[in-house]
Design a protein around this ligand. Sequence first.
Ligand SMILES: Nc1ncnc2c1ncn2[C@@H]1O[C@H](COP(=O)(O)OP(=O)(O)OP(=O)(O)O)[C@@H](O)[C@H]1O
Ligand SMILES: O=P(O)(O)OC[C@@]1(O)O[C@H](CO)[C@@H](O)[C@@H]1O
Length: 325
Amino acid sequence: MIVTLTPNPSIDRAYDLDHLLVGEVNRAAAVHVDAGGKGINVSRALHAASIPTRAVLPVGGPDGELLLALLAQLRVPTVPVPVEGATRSNITLVAGDTTKVNAPGPNLDDAARDRLLRAVADAVAPGDVVVAAGSLPAGVAPDLYVRLGGLVRERGAGLVLDTSGPALQQAVAAGGLALIKPNDEELAELVGRELPTVGDVVTAARELVATGTDRVLVSLGAHGALLVSADGSWWAGGPALVAASTVGAGDTTLAGYLAACTSGHGADSRTDLAADPAHALRTAVAWGRAAVQLPGTAVPTPDLVRADEVRILTTPDPTTPIKEM
Ligand SMILES: Nc1ncnc2c1ncn2[C@@H]1O[C@H](COP(=O)(O)OP(=O)(O)OP(=O)(O)O)[C@@H](O)[C@H]1O
Ligand SMILES: O=P(O)(O)OC[C@@]1(O)O[C@H](CO)[C@@H](O)[C@@H]1O
């Protein structure tokens, strides 16, 4: 079972525009309303591929109700944790490029945080994988994922993390993570320097592996993704695509990686993150590419995934600029 935790979920509202005119009235050609938040997107993509998953999320206010209704429509299993504040709404403007405005989300006090952590602990069994993803709501200290790591490992499960800033910094410093999925900018922020080449990204990721993170999956937008572990480094990618929306592409990439590491069906399924790294990376990139071709925060179904378009390189040339991959 893959359990996801999204501490700050959202209703994602995406507006498709011909052109974005800043400071003027823009009229949208279409509006998309999706259940959003990084862990939720991972669960949605896994569920669409019939991989057992459960999404733990705080919910409050009218948008909290809507979020649960949208997830129920998709039949994604959820563990809702009621909170006092209102679930946020995040806005995307797609006009060639994707512009995003994310709300801060409700304030969660220590009691709400503890109920959220307990909900994850109760949902997890030995051998499970927990994916914790996204920003933290106001009021929650950046050590949330450090606390979660302790709980998850006590229960014999592994923790996968996709977040940024101090929450990522503290969790990586504490160690014991099975996998992290920063994009190249988040990794650069984490190590405190620019990472223009493949070698720069691989070296930065190796530093994290050396201090207790088993695998680093670095998404590179249109330039594919790099995977670094103690066993080596791999790159996968394909021709750049004109994106319908890039929102959730990174989450779908992570879901693809987890899907490739999962064998068996239903209650007998098992996720082994040490499974064939090249295959897992290639699948991850194929899922991410399928996601950017869909509007709003839509996640692809397996029939939309084209792994044959994805090229894989083992030990890619360290001197190549990321922008040329
Ligand atoms: N324009 C593009 N063309 C081809 N593939 C793309 C493009 N943009 C994104 N991708 C695919 O999607 C994956 C994830 O993209 P990206 O690195 O932008 O994720 P992210 O920054 O984590 O996004 P988010 O936080 O919105 O989920 C990439 O690794 C790549 O495979
Ligand atoms: O504000 P956060 O938690 O960093 O990111 C939230 C978010 O932008 O991430 C998802 C895409 O990855 C969206 O569904 C959602 O709106």
